[in-house]
Design a protein around this ligand. Sequence first.
Ligand code: ADP
Length: 303
Amino acid sequence: MTKYALEIKHLNKTYRNGVIALKDINLSVEDGDIFAFLGPNGAGKSTVIGIITTLVNITSGEVKVYGKDIMQHPEITKQMIGVVPQEYNLNQFIPIIETMVNIGGYFGLSKKQALSKTQELFEDLGIWHKRESTPRELSGGMKRRLMIARALIHNPKLLILDEPTAGVDTELRLTMWDFFKKINNDGVTIILTTHYLEEAERLCKNLSIIHHGEVVQNSPMVDIMSSSRKHTYIVRTDSKITDKNIFEENINIIDDKSCELTVDNKTSITEIITKFNQSNINVIDILSKRNKLEELFIELTQK
Ligand code: ADP
């Protein structure tokens, strides 16, 4: 058994109108991973997802899901993949439990099997009480949970989540994160695209950033978190900062009692507080302005 849920080698995609969407993409996602697939709008993420799910044709290159080539074995690979697309694409007029049974049937599940799996998923996702409702009667957050349940009905080994928490409130987002962690613990490999870099940071073990159709970063999340870069804090103080030279590093005064401080990553918060104290200024609050992943993302994708 291969240790890779997904292997992409030398993948190129040029659309019919001449747009070169992907240029020699190479990516591997290990079995059991939660993998962040990041990039600004237009970077090529949806094209890659479209290719993995055989909705978009490959121009050249190779894509394997659990060792099976998606072009040679589309039926097998489709059975192994669950996808939650960005856009709602639900039948608006039938009760959601029926949608689940229908989709289950498409994947070869009996009605009984589909109902039992639906109950498990709907209960985990907190929408079992809505099973007789149609999607029109559901809130945005409930529709999103339904799409997640639908993607999991056939027990896929690989789940692709395209912006799963976009437009979802904070409380539901946290619940969804717990759900993703749970199914990952149960053995589902997850690929996640998101604009919430905090989400990627919290959930993902490895990540890839694409920009203009090229992979510009591919590494474990811990490497990014521990990489030696600059870090920016917002510091609130009890008195005015008059001496900008407390730090050799960059300090921007925001107002009388707050400043933005950019320091080397190795500088600890205790060191920052001590330096202020040495100038007879007490630190009331210190907040991280941007996380490291955000800093890297901006650095790599602003070209
Ligand atoms: P992302 O999902 O990262 O926002 P996409 O994969 O949607 O990026 O788009 C990558 C590039 O391919 C963009 O320049 C986009 O305009 C172009 N593109 C996407 N789909 C099509 C299509 N069906 N026909 C032509 N160009 C497309």
